[in-house]
Design a protein around this ligand. Structure first.
Ligand code: AMP
Length: 456
């Protein structure tokens, strides 16, 4: 297959070609060059590709092409059964995949819908009951709809498991098995995964028939356009170190910065701490409702939120154009997550910067695993962290108990209820992040430390 291939060489329907042209796609990506003809020919496909490679169109375009003959304008729901089912691990990915499929299907007459948990089920119910040919879903919510008889899956011709590795990590295997049992035996099955663990191989063996393998951008590769830097800091200095990095000119000029952490709790606290320092920051993690996530993402894309603190699961599948800087506040436990994280920057040939804070000792093993995966050795730079003064929150209110009347035997029961002061709560919350009250001194610019940072 030629690298100079064009979309017109796939022989796609004119309605799809029109949508592709409106999306601004000029040439197919490597995964599209490999996968589109195989899916068009009706093969089962195992794709080794991650988000950001153009994977959605690699299955979405041929899938729609195969369904175009069934498109119709009937009002009857029976004429619009689910014919293609795409399962994704997260709400964000479901939303993003659906957004793309909706755009590709715009002129085909095929109906699309997306269902995921964490939002009101009734609004999704109406769309399903009217009938849709292409359904994007997270497994749990799809089963809820099936149980409520909002949809049936017995006419599915094509099923896609997207980010299958993440689905297994998130414990969706039982739900996936239940869903697969509801599908017709005779169907086309596609599976995409960034990694190939024994569990993925066994799922593929059960799920796919004589699959064709397509593979692009190996998991251990990081784009050449990304400059990677590693800073050694003590755990108690991490917040100050992050503030120093954010103060640097490169970060100051950046519209969007994504900061990765390893847990939901640190995610919430760090975003709150940054906000207290006057930085437009918010968090995205698994405990947020879908509405909150959508609002946060919109704010980030529009630039009203400059720094987004994220966990790996929540950030999966986020497609944010022009992300110049990614910071690993925590070294990821899994080396492959490092590749995913920093792959959020330096996309489509643009320059990107990936900065990682590492605690010598504690993070050594995980950093070594990353180095061995990406086959690069990081130069460890000891960061001279400038202490930041804790944000002022106004004078502390001191509670003075009212005078005890002589009739009172237990003063406790006579005292009015006084709620905790908000600043006391946030102090208690911040402590584990190592924010000590420190004096302000003029911070040295870290640009020298970062030496050779990209100016945009
Ligand atoms: P995906 O890996 O499917 O999440 O796609 C990542 C991004 O690349 C999305 O914003 C797509 O709209 C975009 N994209 C996919 N295929 C192409 C293409 N052939 N040319 C330009 N952009 C593309």
């Amino acid at each position: 297959m030629s690298e100079n291939q064009t979309f017109s060489s796939f022989g796609l329907h004119e309605s799809l070609m029109r949508a592709i042209s409106e999306m601004g796609y000029e040439t197919p990506t490597p995964i599209q060059i490999q996968a589109i003809p195989l899916v068009l020919a009706g093969n089962d496909v195992m794709g080794a590709a991650q988000t950001g490679t153009g994977k959605t169109a690699s299955f979405g375009l041929p899938l729609l092409e195969r369904l175009i003959p069934t498109a119709n304008s009937s009002m009857s729901p029976a004429r619009h059964p689910v014919r293609a089912l795409i399962l994704t691990p997260t709400r964000e990915l479901a939303d993003q995949v659906h957004e793309n499929l909706q755009a590709y299907a715009k002129y085909t007459g095929l109906r699309t819908a997306c269902v995921f948990g964490g939002v009101d089920i009734h609004t999704q119910q109406d769309a399903l009951r009217r009938g849709v040919e292409v359904l994007v879903a997270t497994p749990g919510r799809l089963l809820d709809h099936v149980e409520q008889r909002n949809t049936v899956l017995n006419q599915v011709q094509i099923v896609v498991l997207d980010e299958a590795d993440r689905m297994l990590d998130m414990g969706f295997l039982p739900d996936i098995s239940k869903i697969l049992k509801l599908l017709p035996e005779k169907r086309q099955s596609l599976m995409f995964s960034a990694t190939f663990s024994p569990e993925i191989k066994s799922l593929a063996a059960n799920f796919l028939r004589n699959p064709q393998l397509v593979e692009v951008a190996r998991e251990n590769s990081t784009a050449k356009t990304i400059t990677q830097k590693l800073f050694e800091v003590h755990n108690s200095e991490k917040v100050d170190a992050l503030l120093d990095l954010l103060d640097d000119e490169v970060c100051e000029d950046a519209k969007n910065i994504l900061v990765f952490v390893n847990s939901k709790i640190v995610c919430r606290r760090l975003a709150r701490t940054l906000s207290q320092y006057g930085i437009e920051a918010d968090s995205i993690h698994g405990d947020k409702t879908q509405d909150e996530r959508i609002k946060t993402l919109e704010g980030f894309k529009q630039g009203t939120i400059k720094v987004l603190v994220a966990t790996d699961v929540a950030a999966r599948g986020l497609d944010i154009a022009d992300l110049p800087v990614v910071i690993n506040f925590d070294v990821p436990f899994n080396a492959e997550d490092y590749v995913h994280r920093i792959g959020r920057t330096g996309r489509a040939g643009m320059k990107g910067l990936a900065l990682t804070l590492m605690c010598p000792g504690a993070d050594e093993k995980n950093v070594a695993a990353i180095e061995s995966l990406i086959k690069e050795h990081f130069k460890r730079v000891r960061m001279d962290v400038s202490p930041h003064r804790r944000p002022s929150r106004g004078p502390r209110k001191v509670y003075t108990p009212p005078p005890v009347t002589p009739a009172c035997t237990d003063p406790f029961f006579d005292e009015p209820y006084v709620p905790s002061q908000p600043q006391e709560i946030s102090e208690a919350i911040e402590k584990p992040l190592g924010l000590g009250a420190k004096d302000t001194k003029k911070k040295p610019k870290v640009a020298a430390l970062l030496g050779g940072l990209i100016r945009r």
